[in-house]
Design a protein around this ligand. Structure first.
Ligand SMILES: Nc1nc2c(ncn2[C@@H]2O[C@H](COP(=O)(O)OP(=O)(O)O)[C@@H](O)[C@H]2O)c(=O)[nH]1
Ligand SMILES: [Mg+2]
Length: 391
């Protein structure tokens, strides 16, 4: 009898190999876990029949032995098989049958260890929270082995990683007292001008209106200069419209005595070639301009990623999250902050000026992302779907 050995990392992969090589009627002789996988010994049904018949022929008074196919038919009818067969052959068939039913009835053949089961569970939770497959993959690949099989321990470990790696301002003073020139950049309609008004209100309270200036480079959009001028008027802060690089240089030079200058910029799609020109405009001034990128909390991870890539230039001072009030989950933003090591300054969660702006609180944001997994996430996969993904 020709017995062949098959090796694979999971039982199901090894069984597929057996079927491909020996056909659907292959008979499994043994199955055991070995280092890094599973080993299966199997043979063709015909080979086994021949071997059995030869063994029987050796008996002095040979009993009439039926082929495995016949035996299998009998088994399906629940009839006791080959009462007069060789006891050794009978045992062999019983073992094969037990092995088959064990393999067929196992709920999930891809789970060979407890570690794999917990990795699968964590993968599912992270996807349900809205993190990308690449982040979930990274987390399960680095999951410490001493966390045991409690999913809550694993989730706490992910939370700790986020807490250590997402950076935010420590307090309001870090922004309000530092001073300098800040430009808010980002796509159109993301909330740059509204956020400038909210920040300006805080700065006025802290240092007085005459220590602040607003510069507006957004003269393209109808109504845009008017919007900044109105906010300036309400807050008692001077507004300086500029049209080009020379005017910007001249204006900033003349505002040297101000503690903080906030620059409102033209919104552009992340695919707009003009972004390079804007970067050049803001980099060619004598005084350094710190750029803060506004990120819309409702955008997908891929869109946010494209926006950061387009706007990052040589360096971004950090970012401001807008429209949190409209977002279902916050995992998309957390992942982008992590990926690009961006510091989150403030979070805007509404249209009201100046109320709807808060200092970024990373613990609160992370908890918000983790709460979402309990609700009905459309990205939650069923157990068998996760098995398909992870095989
Ligand atoms: N829901 C919500 N709307 C916001 C928020 N910030 C700004 N907006 C609104 O978004 C729209 C565009 O804002 P604007 O500041 O003009 O965007 P800009 O083009 O980037 O300057 C306005 O209607 C704002 O009231 C926010 O945090 N939440
Ligand atoms: Mg604007």
């Amino acid at each position: 009898m020709k017995i062949q050995r098959f090796f694979a990392t999971t039982v199901s992969a090894a069984l597929t190999e057996v079927r491909e090589t020996l056909g659907p009627e292959a008979v499994i002789i043994s199955n055991r876990n070995v280092l890094n996988g599973v080993e299966i010994l199997a043979t063709r049904e015909d080979d086994l029949s021949t071997a059995i018949e030869e063994s029987v022929a050796e008996q002095t008074n040979p009993p009439k032995v039926k082929s495995p196919a016949t035996l299998e038919k009998k088994r399906q009818k629940n009839t006791p098989e080959t009462t007069n067969a060789d006891p050794l052959v009978k045992r062999l068939f019983e073992e094969i049958r037990d092995m088959r039913s064990y393999l067929e009835q196992r709920p999930d053949p891809s789970i060979t260890t407890e570690a794999q089961a917990i990795q699968k569970a964590l993968f599912g939770e992270l996807l349900a929270m809205g993190f990308s497959a690449s982040l979930a993959r990274y987390m399960i690949a680095n999951l410490p082995s001493d966390l045991g099989s409690d999913i809550n321990n694993c989730l706490q470990w992910v939370k700790d990683i986020l807490l250590h790696n997402v950076t935010t301002l420590n307090n309001d003073e870090e922004f309000l007292d530092q001073g300098g020139i800040y430009a808010l950049v980002g796509p159109t309609g993301i909330g740059k001008t509204t956020t400038i008004a909210k920040l300006a209100a805080r700065l006025v309270l802290r240092h007085g209106a005459n220590k602040l200036a607003l510069v507006n480079t957004d003269s393209y959009r109808i109504g845009a200069p008017e919007q900044v001028r109105i906010y300036g008027k309400i807050l008692g802060v001077s507004v300086y419209p500029v049209e080009n690089e020379t005017e910007l240089k001249f204006t900033l030079e003349s505002l040297k005595d101000k503690h903080t200058i906030l620059i409102d910029t033209v919104g552009m799609s992340q695919r707009d070639q003009m972004i390079t020109e804007q970067l050049a405009l803001l980099s060619n001034t004598k005084q350094p301009i710190k750029r803060l990128l506004c990120l819309n909390a409702t955008s997908s991870i891929d869109t946010l990623n494209e926006i950061v890539e387009a706007y990052r230039g040589s360096e971004l001072a950090g970012c401001i999250l807008t429209k949190l009030d409209e977002a279902v989950t916050i995992s998309n933003v957390l992942e982008i902050l992590l990926l690009h090591k961006l510091k989150l300054f403030y979070v805007a969660s509404g249209q009201r000026v100046p109320e709807d702006l808060d200092l970024a609180d990373r613990e609160k944001l992370i908890n918000q992302a983790f709460e979402y997994r309990h609700s009905r996430s459309s990205k939650r996969l069923k157990n068998h779907e996760l098995s398909l993904l992870m095989n």
